[in-house]
Design a protein around this ligand. Structure first.
Ligand SMILES: [Ca+2]
Ligand SMILES: [Ca+2]
Length: 335
């Protein structure tokens, strides 16, 4: 959520579109982690903009266009209408506006909007706070446009602010808001899966002849097990050395761009004693040729096991059941 919020500040907060580039998976739905992040982000956004600390403020403008406070006065900054605005006379290009907040407030996000129907007029806006009996610069922004969000390094507490506007023509500011960036309700962990330590693994049985199986769990994406051509299905079973709680496994296809040996169909079984096996996952890596990234399979529930057996039922790019098999990395997850 925090990363999405940063992206929001950098896009919407600079008058640009907010494009996440989220891709749905093969079932046409977004990954649950993405959905959780979006919900957290939406929640953060709602809570951040729930209270505008500028609302109820009183203003003292150095100039109001034609002295028409009703049409061009600074109260138009708080009316939620992005086309109503505070404007100055044509020859006033460096006006100032003193803002007296209703209450002393703490904020770390400033929103400014121009009436974009009149074009982008402002060169820059300075925001000062009244502190220690003097105006102290707090923030400055150029190119305001339809929406400019300024995130402060740290929250500031004040009752009085001053805006100084610099424009080549009469200024037309339509909105001014002060907000407190809400904390995220939760943080998604980008690395929530915890891979089991493969240093204690021993091969129990390997029917995938040829190549060096240890290269499939050496932690190096560039090295790989590449077997001889074998008749599929064939399996490899591992003794992890002790009973573990497993939640899923991951298969990283070869990363060298070659298409041979990309596993398309698999069965993953576990065993407590190395004799009796239980299939906990069976399926297809359907997009592996187009997108040879880490293929993560969640068991749906934790499984107690000391042994696991990975059966390669078929590989992509061939209709024959005789093929080499490649595994750049293989991981099992304990969390
Ligand atoms: Ca307005
Ligand atoms: Ca490797």
């Amino acid at each position: 959520p925090d990363q999405l919020f940063d992206l929001y500040l950098k896009s919407v907060g600079r008058g640009a579109a907010f494009n996440l580039g989220l891709a749905p998976n093969m079932d046409g739905v977004l990954h649950p982690n993405d959905v959780a992040s979006l919900k957290g982000f939406g929640d953060k956004l709602n809570r951040t903009f729930a209270e505008n600390f500028a609302s109820g403020a009183s203003f003292n403008a150095s100039n109001i266009r034609k002295n028409q406070g009703k049409h061009f006065g600074p109260t138009n900054l708080l009316d939620d209408d992005r086309y109503s605005y505070w404007a100055t006379d044509d020859d006033v290009t460096q006006p100032a506006l003193i803002v007296e907040l209703k209450d002393e407030s703490t904020f770390d996000l400033i929103r400014l909007r121009e009436n974009i129907k009149l074009g982008q007029r402002l060169d820059s806006v300075w925001v000062d706070v009244w502190k220690d009996e003097t105006w102290q610069p707090l923030a400055m922004a150029t190119s305001i446009g339809s929406c400019r969000l300024i995130a402060l390094e740290e929250p500031v507490t004040t009752k009085q602010l001053r805006l100084r506007l610099f424009a080549p023509v009469a200024a037309a500011l339509s909105d001014f808001g002060l907000f407190r960036i809400a904390a995220s309700a939760f943080e998604t962990q980008t690395n929530e899966r915890k891979a089991a330590d493969p240093s204690k693994w021993n091969i129990q049985n390997n029917l995938l002849d040829g190549g060096n199986p240890a290269l499939a769990w050496d932690g190096n994406k560039e090295s790989r097990l590449l077997t001889n051509e074998v008749d599929l299905p064939k399996y490899l079973s591992i003794d992890m050395g002790s009973l573990q709680t497993l939640t899923g496994f991951g298969y990283l296809p070869r990363q060298d761009g070659e298409g041979a040996g990309l596993i398309s169909h698999y069965v993953f079984e576990t065993s407590v004693d190395g004799n009796r096996w239980e299939a906990v996952a069976r399926g297809e890596f359907s997009n592996i040729v187009a997108n040879p990234i880490l293929q993560f399979v969640d068991f749906g529930k934790p499984v107690q096991a000391r042994y696991f057996r990975f059966t390669v039922e078929a590989v992509a790019n061939t209709s024959s059941n005789r093929s080499a098999v490649s595994i750049a990395e293989f991981e099992v997850y304990t969390k």
